[in-house]
Design a protein around this ligand. Sequence first.
Ligand code: DGP
Length: 115
Amino acid sequence: MFITDCIFCKIIKGEIPSKKAYEDDKILAFYDINPQAPVHVLVIPKAHIPSVDAINEENCGIVSHIFTKIPQIAKENKLDGGYRVISNCGDNACQSVKHLHFHILGGKQLSENMA
Ligand code: DGP
C-alpha cells in the first residue's frame, strides 16, 4: 500500500509532519508546503496511486470520494468565491511528487492562465 521513498506516503504515515485540512480512512488533505495561493490544499488517496494516468476501473472510486470531500474542504477554508482544482500528471505537467494529488487553490482572484 505504501511506497517507501514516496514523500506523500511518508506524510500519511506521519513520518513527515503536515498541517492537516481533512482526514478519513481513505484520504488525507493537508496544506501545501509551498503555497501558490492564500489557500493551497493537497488532497491525496492513502493508497499509493502514481498519477491521474494510473486511474482505472478498479481504483477510480477514490477519485469520486475525493471529489465529494473537496467542496467540504473548500467551505471549511472559506473559499466561497470559488477555487481551482488541479492535478499535474507526468513530466510535461511538472508533476514533482509521483503520488496522485489534487491541488485546491483559492482565497484570491486566480489568473485566467492555466498552462
Ligand atoms: P506537483 O508539482 O503537482 O507534483 O505538486 C506537489 C506539491 O507537493 C508541491 O506544490 C509542493 C508539495 N509538497 C512537496 N513536498 C511536501 C511536503 O513535504 N509537505 C507538504 N505539505 N507539501 C509538499
